[in-house]
Design a protein around this ligand. Structure first.
Ligand SMILES: NC(=O)C1=CN([C@@H]2O[C@H](COP(=O)(O)OP(=O)(O)OC[C@H]3O[C@@H](n4cnc5c(N)ncnc54)[C@H](O)[C@@H]3O)[C@@H](O)[C@H]2O)C=CC1
Ligand SMILES: Nc1nc(=O)c2c([nH]1)NC[C@@H]1CN(c3ccc(C(=O)N[C@@H](CCC(=O)O)C(=O)O)cc3)CN21
Length: 256
């Protein structure tokens, strides 16, 4: 069985929900959305670390206002025993401060923390709506020396994920890859979110005529079990599963 991490959204009430439903042996990652800001992510991460979870806050480069703010965030993380951060560019249209991409954020984190903090970066098996594949690969190659692993954008296709991992290897990116998988969610919500975050091909995949599309349309709730099983059986499986829970923690099959 592949190691699994759960991504949660720092909404009101998420901490009691996690405490009630998720064992503390689980690694949680806390997303960072433009309308929430980075402070909320870090406060939630610090609180959960205080309850004994291993926590990975996401920091969105474009949402950080200043170097001082970043230094404070890093100090809070270190003070709570947080040893890893997921570095992402972020969906904020205009950068709030000096960091416009995850690479510049990572360079600063390394400078401020002296490489004591592990860093995760995003991977895009189906590309990105506004960044070319070449640019994504070049930026990933530039970040690889600072990163500890790649977490992929959610994807519903096993061959696409397998080809993506093989493609990284052939381009010299040897980092561990965690496959981003949507957790159990109402199909309508997944379609809405996939549109919002720009997972175009995945959206076609889950609404289209393929086997998985039919499977998704056949029930009102998507379940990731079959996808996870098939990823696990690949000749070269991903290093882990990153489950986007959408805070539907009741539906999470909590595995270590
Ligand atoms: N995969 C995930 O979990 C998440 C993805 N995102 C989205 O992914 C974007 C990229 O984030 P990272 O992978 O950290 O990339 P990044 O910040 O490392 O940027 C990759 C490359 O694309 C350029 N770039 C960034 N945003 C662009 C845009 N909107 N239009 C054109 N070029 C752009 C950068 O200058 C860089 O060369 C975010 O800005 C956001 O839209 C946001 C949150 C989570
Ligand atoms: N472009 C992009 N931005 C992201 O923030 C993002 C990605 N891609 N890819 C992977 C994950 C998945 N993400 C998300 C983003 C939003 C919800 C979500 O449920 N949004 C609710 C609002 C939540 C709230 O603010 O209370 C929604 O209804 O949009 C879930 C996962 C974050 N990540």
């Amino acid at each position: 069985m592949l190691p699994t991490r759960l991504e949660i959204i720092p909404t009101q009430g998420v901490i009691p929900a996690v405490l009630a439903k998720v064992p503390t042996s689980t690694t949680l990652t806390v997303t960072c959305l433009p309308h929430h800001g980075v402070e909320r992510t870090m406060e939630t991460a610090v609180a959960l670390a205080g309850h004994g979870f291993t926590v990975v806050p996401h920091l969105a480069a474009r949402a950080i206002g200043s170097r001082e703010q970043l230094a404070r965030l890093i100090r809070s993380a270190a003070g709570a025993g947080i040893a890893e951060i997921f570095a992402i560019g972020g969906d904020t249209a205009v950068p709030a401060g000096p960091y416009s991409s995850s690479e510049s954020l990572m360079r600063e984190i390394v400078e401020l923390s002296g490489r004591t903090i592990k860093l995760g970066v995003a991977g895009y098996p189906e590309g990105h709506p506004s960044i070319s594949r070449l640019q994504l690969m070049e930026s990933l190659q530039a970040k690889a020396e600072l990163a500890d692993h790649v977490v992929t954008q959610m994807c519903f296709s096993v061959p696409t994920i397998a080809e993506y991992i093989a493609g990284l290897r052939s381009e010299g990116v040897l980092l561990p890859v965690w496959a981003g998988v949507a957790g159990s969610a109402p199909r309508t919500k997944l379609v809405f979110l996939a549109t919002k975050i720009g997972v175009g091909s995945s959206l076609r995949f889950i609404t289209g005529k393929g086997a998985l599309g039919r499977q998704l349309l056949s029930g009102s709730r998507y379940q990731p079990g079959a996808l996870i099983r098939d990823l696990t059986s690949l000749p070269k499986p991903p290093d882990g599963i990153h489950l986007y829970t959408f805070n539907a923690l009741d539906a999470v099959d909590s595995r270590p």
